[in-house]
Design a protein around this ligand. Structure first.
Ligand SMILES: NC(=O)c1ccc[n+]([C@@H]2O[C@H](COP(=O)([O-])OP(=O)(O)OC[C@H]3O[C@@H](n4cnc5c(N)ncnc54)[C@H](OP(=O)(O)O)[C@@H]3O)[C@@H](O)[C@H]2O)c1
Length: 269
């Protein structure tokens, strides 16, 4: 029997940039894949019938129960924009709320429906809570560089509306849950698909996955991270004991000369 036959991976955020690539890589490796998505149409368009689909929203814990049935691993790459955008589903029809929101940016997320506070903090916490009664092999969470230094430039800018605080809340809840975890912290994401509205997306720097992968711990490195390599890391760490209960940063830097050896990278953790 193939070792992967009994692993059923739930991908949350599968319609996003990293998520799409993660699903593709999982399927290529022979894993069974289920995705949790808010949109059946979007999911069908992307993956046809190659994955099982559960409709749910991480803000609603009751919508997550069915997706967890028989799952062995969860990969979560959900996210929203760091700065207010249509993805936040803000209703600023009340001008007073709007003004107060902008005077106190970190409060603005509370007025939204899908801001980092609701997704990266409360949503991730909901997801972890719904896994508590199942025996998970691994919960992989895509977080962000800067969570341990939100007041340092340039993270202080990224964190103007509190995204790094929200990500840290999600991380901490997972770490303290007792579920075996791996936290992957990319820097500015590059390499398509480009789905977010931030500066780096507009600049659209491209490595095509050709730069060397650098991983580190302690949140000290800066750079840019290929979505392709972040997705690969999400999948590769599932079969590595060395990545269990670890958090690490991942960036791309320098020329990639040799074939990527993930096991060698994991030795650095
Ligand atoms: N962009 C950067 O430079 C950067 C830097 C560091 C870390 N990160 C993090 O890296 C991860 C992947 O980034 P990305 O750019 O690939 O993400 P993305 O393309 O923005 O995708 C986000 C995903 O989250 C899903 N989602 C949003 N709200 C949801 C909700 N309420 N319930 C269920 N799913 C929801 C979206 O689903 P829909 O299709 O339904 O909207 C989508 O699948 C994110 O955690 C992001 O914060 C990004």
């Amino acid at each position: 029997m193939n070792m992967l036959d009994n692993r059923l991976i739930l991908v949350v955020g599968a319609t996003g940039g990293v998520g799409q690539l993660t699903v593709a890589k999982l399927l290529a490796k022979g894993y069974q894949v289920r995705v949790l998505s808010r949109s059946e149409t979007k999911t069908k368009q992307l993956f046809d019938d190659r994955v099982e689909v559960c409709i749910g929203d991480i803000k609603d814990i009751n919508s997550l129960t069915q997706a967890m049935d028989s799952v062995t691993d969860v990969i979560c790459s959900v996210g929203t924009t760091a700065f207010p955008s249509s993805k936040w589903e803000l209703n600023l029809s009340n001008p007073w709320d709007s003004m107060m929101g902008y005077l106190n940016p970190k409060q603005l997320g509370k007025k939204a429906k899908n801001s980092p506070l609701q997704i990266d903090a409360e949503g991730v916490i909901n997801l972890v809570k719904s896994c508590k009664n199942i025996q998970l092999e691994r919960f992989v969470l895509v977080s962000s560089c800067g969570v341990l230094r939100p007041n340092q430039f340039p993270y202080s800018i990224l964190n103007l509306f509190g995204v790094l605080y929200a990500k840290k809340q999600g991380e901490d809840y997972l770490i303290n849950s007792g579920i075996p975890y791996t936290i992957i912290r990319p820097s500015r994401l590059i390499d398509g698909p480009f789905t977010s509205y931030d500066l780096n997306t507009l600049l659209q720097a491209k490595t095509d996955g050709e730069q060397k992968v650098v991983i580190a711990t302690g949140d000290k490195i800066n750079g840019q991270s290929s979505r392709i390599d972040v997705a690969n890391a999400c999948v590769e760490c599932l079969s590595s004991e060395q990545t269990k209960n670890k958090a690490f940063e991942i960036i791309n830097q320098g020329e990639r000369k040799d074939t990527l050896d993930w096991n060698k990278l994991w030795e650095l953790l």
